[in-house]
Design a protein around this ligand. Structure first.
Ligand code: FMN
Length: 176
């Protein structure tokens, strides 16, 4: 499958089969994140694999709105993507900090690898970071930015027309 077809086929999945994700698949997703580029090659991102009932319950506690069957959206696998904030590159001209960018690239590469592996995914930022820090006992200076919720999908992609309707038109996307 071409990368474009893979990207077109991805969608936010919020219902999952009650089926564990194989360790080799978890490993491939982690590897896709590990090799992500980062500003100035600083690699501030850190990933926690949440795949036990206890850890998934903690993930759900970070956003009760998404909590279902002891996990977020009932998923059997969640990655918590964090940054060692002081390690991120800062652009000297305007102090733009690359934490969000670097962790987003990691999350995106992991999401696309998970898609390639046949998993459904949902990128989740709407959780309470201070609750995640406490639940996962994150070291000082390690900040949680994203969760990548994964599992074998129990829903399906919206039909192509519906999908196109919620995507930005090319004429708006391209600046002239
Ligand atoms: C940075 C980011 C944060 C997101 N946070 C959430 C979230 O907290 N909860 C959720 O249900 N979906 C979340 N999403 C999924 C978006 O709502 C979804 O990607 C968007 O509606 C487009 O739908 P699609 O992914 O099916 O193409 C997030 C997506 C991104 C890229």
């Amino acid at each position: 499958m071409s990368y474009l077809d893979l990207a077109r086929g991805r969608y936010s999945c919020r219902e999952f089969e009650d089926r564990a994700v194989e360790q080799a698949v978890v490993d491939a997703i982690v590897e896709a994140g590990r090799i992500a580029p980062s500003a100035c090659n600083n690699h501030p991102s850190r990933v926690m694999v949440l795949d036990t009932p206890e850890l998934l319950e903690k993930a759900a506690a970070c956003q009760p709105r998404f909590a279902r069957d002891g996990s977020i959206f009932g998923a059997p696998l969640v990655f918590l993507i964090c940054s060692v904030t002081d390690d991120a590159w800062v652009r000297p001209y305007d102090q733009m900090n690359s934490n969000e960018i670097d962790t987003s690239i990691v999350c995106d590469q992991m999401m696309m690898e998970a898609t390639e592996q046949g998993l459904g995914t949902c990128w989740v930022c709407h959780f309470k970071p201070e609750v995640a820090q406490e639940q996962f006992n994150l070291p000082k200076g390690v900040y949680p930015y994203h969760m990548l919720v994964c599992g074998y999908p129990a829903d399906h992609i919206a039909d192509p027309e519906h999908r196109e309707a919620r995507t930005i038109p090319l004429s708006d996307f391209l600046l002239k």
